[in-house]
Design a protein. Structure first.
Length: 109
């Protein structure tokens, strides 16, 4: 009996997993759109022709929602970034094409 319940539970999880994968990821509401123009020496990055500093403990998230290190930043990308109270970057999110289009459409409203 327990094996049957376990088998049903596994089947339900396997059916639900693809549906969860289709959800859009949550982007920071207080983020600013920008163009990453390359990485400078750690902890500096260039966004919209401004040199900004990655805050201690700052997080970089790629298009697949994985955490990456400063050295893995692409040479050029559209990003959403969040500044902390000191003006340092606390979070950089590398955007996918659909995410960028959705954010740009929201800005035009």
């Amino acid at each position: 009996m327990h094996k049957r319940i376990a088998a049903v539970a596994v089947a339900l999880i396997m059916l639900a997993a693809p549906a969860l994968a289709q959800l859009p990821r949550q982007l920071p509401a207080n983020g600013k759109l920008g163009h990453l123009a390359g990485q400078l020496q750690y902890p500096l990055v260039e966004i919209d022709r401004k040199t900004l500093r990655l805050a201690p403990g700052g997080v970089i998230v790629d298009q697949n929602n994985r955490f990456i290190v400063h050295g893995a930043l692409p040479a050029s990308a559209e990003v959403l970034y969040v500044l902390d109270s000191r003006g340092d970057i606390s979070r950089i999110v590398l955007l996918t094409g659909p995410e960028l289009a959705r954010l740009q459409a929201a800005q035009k409203r």
